[in-house]
Design a protein around this ligand. Structure first.
Ligand code: SAM
Length: 241
């Protein structure tokens, strides 16, 4: 056996026998982060012919996400009847943009959130941050419905109700966390159709939304086309193929 083939076994033996985790475990998050930022950076450079792409920019402007929504709405005709699902609503800033932009009477808006904040720490943010203090947004629009609780507790029940139609789905991932994003992607997989559009609000976080999406695509052999990105791929739109 060549040294290259023996190497993984030797490294495993060194870890298990010599307890190398004592050295490496404290820096394991950094190593994973570096590995993923390298993969993400390469992926970003492979994305071509987007409708909008400001990479590289030194200026972060959160409101640019509305420019991204607008170009994708126009290009993909998202002002027609759609099912819009948003995971991570908080006080409703992004879903409100969609409710105002799409006035089609047959469109439905479904928002999911604990409304009591993040269920776990996320970078510098702590569990409970981003809380809407239990206040569910009210846009005085009968097309909107909100589901309060962890996605892990509300989404299956929602899907079992059979509320989703055959309309094009726009799914907005704004939960920030790897766990939340991966759970929703995997749970919605059987309901995804060609042409459905996914938006991500914190895509360029290498161990959260990016990682969840990358693992999802690899696990379910999902093909997609990237439509646009702003703020150095912080906000991204993709279309399922
Ligand atoms: C960044 S905020 C959403 C911001 C909002 N879309 C906006 O534009 O203002 C993230 C939200 O995700 C929610 N969230 C994250 N993981 C969740 C989970 N597993 N279940 C329910 N809500 C979750 C948090 O409660 C928080 O309100």
């Amino acid at each position: 056996m060549t040294f290259k083939k023996r190497l993984p076994g030797l490294v495993k033996g060194a870890f298990f026998g010599l307890r190398l985790h004592v050295i490496f475990h404290p820096i394991s998050h950094l190593l994973i982060w570096l590995g993923n930022i390298a993969r993400l950076s390469k992926w970003i450079r492979q994305q071509k012919n987007l409708l909008i792409n400001d990479c590289y920019t030194s200026k972060f402007e959160y409101n640019k996400r509305f420019e991204l929504y607008e170009v994708v709405v126009k290009d993909q005709h998202l002002d027609e009847a759609i099912d819009y699902l948003e995971f991570g609503v908080a006080k409703g800033a992004s879903i409100e943009w969609w409710v105002n932009r799409n006035k089609n009477a047959d469109t439905k808006f479904y928002g999911f959130d604990t409304f009591t904040g993040l269920p776990e720490d996320w970078g510098p943010f702590k569990k409970g941050d981003m809380s809407a203090d239990n206040a569910i947004p009210d846009f005085n629009d009968a097309r909107c419905e909100f589901y309060q609780g962890l996605f892990q507790q509300t989404l299956s029940g929602f899907l079992a109700e059979g509320r989703l139609s055959n309309r094009k789905k726009v799914i907005h991932f704004d939960a920030d966390l790897y766990t939340s994003t991966w759970f929703v992607l995997a749970t919605l997989y059987p309901y995804l159709n060609e042409g459905d559009i996914l938006f991500f609000d914190e895509f360029n976080c290498p161990t959260h939304e990016y990682l969840a999406f990358d693992e999802f695509c690899r696990s379910f052999y999902v093909k997609y086309e990237t439509l646009g990105a702003v703020n150095n791929f912080y906000q991204v739109a993709v279309k399922i193929k």
